[in-house]
Ligand binder design. Structure first.
Ligand code: ATP
Length: 339
């Protein structure tokens, strides 16, 4: 089976082909880079409109090559379904991706699969690790939460009470005049910095980043070297995420943790999670960076699982949802499993 995945919730216009038999994933992406400031929804949508046709064309060319290799007929569409990210994300971007996916599925005469972007961040880690039923820490730009499987759904065990973790870091870096995205710059600067104390905000299973960001901006304005603030920022934020991840493991009785989302590319976060898991005898898996940041590979892989479970969507019911929460998704592809 070969699935075309299309992703475009915010900054990455991305298309992928997942061939299930060989577990082969091809990804073509084109990133939006703001000239200044953060992600501007209108500019991101303009980028999406320009880039999506090209990344899809490249992915379809690849699917055709795979079909040729397999000796399939030229009349075949080369793919068995189109999977697309329905949300959560920026409405203007999602609408472009939804339109492209519906058009393509209709034209090729293949089923359409609507994928929740945050569930896909989890499923790619579960797929690649071979873990049975892990807890997932999604540390991405616009989100931060812990997911665990129970009763046929991915339940949100803990989450941010205000901004996503990457967006919080990006707001700080905008304040100090660094270009978007800020996460990699904070990671590099933190290597030369000494820890600065910042507020640590965990309430039960939830966490908050807005106070830390204000304190970090204030510390820089008060003359603290930016490298020191970056070191404090990483240690504080990642310790909060690690604490709640550990509590989620304890709560669910699970001994498997997977990481998802663009902030998961940070080596210090991976180190802290890995040490925590080792200390409690749990297994930890972080996908390759190309599967952590927004990418259509995770949409194609999740779409394949949904297709196999018959979880397709009619075109007239396939509206996008900018606020699509992971716990709204019936996990059809795991039905029958104990939770
Ligand atoms: P979501 O998946 O919630 O829609 P998103 O679309 O913003 O989020 P992602 O690709 O998951 O995108 O993550 C992008 C974020 O990852 C940005 O905020 C960026 O600063 C952050 N990031 C990227 N690399 C690193 C790094 N090395 N360390 C910390 N943060 C990073």
């Amino acid at each position: 089976m070969r699935i075309l995945g299309i992703e475009g919730t915010a900054w990455a216009a991305s298309a992928a082909v997942f061939e299930t038999d060989r577990d082969h994933v091809f990804i073509e992406s084109d990133a939006y880079q703001p000239d200044s400031g953060g992600i501007h929804p209108r500019e991101a949508a303009e980028h999406m409109g320009e880039a999506i046709p090209e990344v899809i064309a490249t992915a379809l060319d690849h699917a055709r090559e795979l079909a040729d290799e397999a000796g399939e007929s030229r009349d075949d569409p080369a793919i068995d379904a189109v999977a697309f990210s329905r949300g959560p994300g920026l409405g203007p971007c999602l609408r472009i991706v939804g339109t492209a996916a519906r058009t393509l599925a209709g034209r090729l005469g293949v089923p359409l699969v609507g994928v929740n972007h945050m569930v896909a961040h989890l499923e790619i880690g579960r797929h690649q690790s071979g873990f049975d039923s892990p807890v997932c820490l999604n540390a991405s730009g616009a989100n931060a939460h812990l997911l665990g499987y129970h009763g046929g759904r991915y339940r949100v065990l803990g989450e941010t009470m205000d901004t996503g973790v990457g967006n919080a870091i990006d707001k700080f870096t905008r304040h100090v005049g660094w270009s978007h995205p800020g996460g990699p710059k904070v990671e590099a600067a933190a290597e030369d910095g000494e820890y600065t104390d910042l507020p640590y905000v965990v309430k039960g299973m939830d966490f908050s980043f807005s106070g830390i960001m204000s304190a970090a901006k204030q510390a820089v304005d008060d003359g603290e070297p930016v490298e020191n603030v970056c070191a404090g920022l990483q240690e504080t934020i990642f310790a909060m995420l690690t604490e709640v991840a550990e509590r989620a493991l304890s709560l669910t009785g699970t001994d498997e943790l997977v990481l998802g989302g663009g902030v998961g590319q940070n080596a210090r976060l991976r180190e802290m999670l890995s040490e925590m898991c080792e200390a409690r005898g749990a297994a930890f898996y972080a996908p390759d960076p190309r599967f952590l940041r927004d990418n259509a590979g995770m949409i194609a892989v999740t779409g394949a699982k949904m297709l196999a479970a018959g979880d397709t969507i009619a075109i007239e019911a396939s509206a996008i949802d900018p606020n699509f929460r992971p716990d709204q998704v019936p996990v059809t592809w795991r039905s029958g499993e104990e939770s």
